[in-house]
Design a protein around this ligand. Sequence first.
Ligand code: NAD
Length: 282
Amino acid sequence: MKRIAIVGVGLIGGSFALALKANGFKGEIVGAGRSATRLQVAQDLGVIDRFETDLAEAVRGCELVLLAVPMGAMRSTLLALRSGLSDETIITDAGSVKGSFVADVRSVLANCARVVPGHPIAGTENSGVEAAFATLYQGRRVILTPLKESESSAVTAVQALWQQTGAQVECLAVEHHDRVLAATSHLPHLLAFSLVDTLTELQEREEIFRYAAGGFRDFSRIASSDPRMWRDISLANQEALLAVLGHFQANLSQLAESIRQRDGEAIEQRFQRAKLSRDGFC
Ligand code: NAD
């Protein structure tokens, strides 16, 4: 490809650009977003080659556009860039929820044959272009959720670019992706935010945080993630997230009941099952 555009040059979009450059991509990478000051930082860091704050201008003449803005900004971003697209421009995204992106793109574009939704299963709790790094996708999975009308040439092109970042690409159906990610990513973030918030409300909070050790740090790391981004993800994946949260609440209630009944065997059995699962997949 000779030219691609990245809309939203933060952790995910910036790392995509850096990874491509580190792995021999020779085309031009145009950054796009709202703030010229922030985009100038991205250019100074060598993440993008040039930038535009007019999104339609940014994508004009590009063979591919990656949207890496928060879920709640996908629709307005698509509306703003639409007039710069040609029939050939491939549109992909890195959003954490696929159902809402597909609804957004279908409501904005009449023809979705060149649309290939995607989601890199990689990230950190840090945000912004300063947090971006070239090896973020190395050996990590990227899930594509092609639409029934997505042209195979577009899917192949998106797949090839992600592979160039060092990622392994797999395809899933949209609903399947959202159910699986609700359980493996969205629920854990919700629990981390809720746990730290609960402890913050307790009177002994200063002692709690002073004496917190490695276990608490491990469990709570992702509560340092961007609250707005996770607000958008929680709302965008409402149905699947509430379903898995219901299962979790039932499990936690059973555990509380076992503790109330002093039923050590039931507690140990539950912990044993969990340990076996985790030891198995890690
Ligand atoms: P980030 O905050 O680092 O970057 C987001 C970028 O979008 C920034 O450049 C910001 O200026 C821009 N932006 C924010 N609001 C905007 C708006 N209203 N209009 C236009 N631009 C706007 O966030 P990130 O971690 O790079 O996440 C980007 C996308 O990738 C999100 O959709 C997120 O769900 C998804 N994602 C994140 C992770 C992760 O772990 N951080 C992992 C996989 C996918």
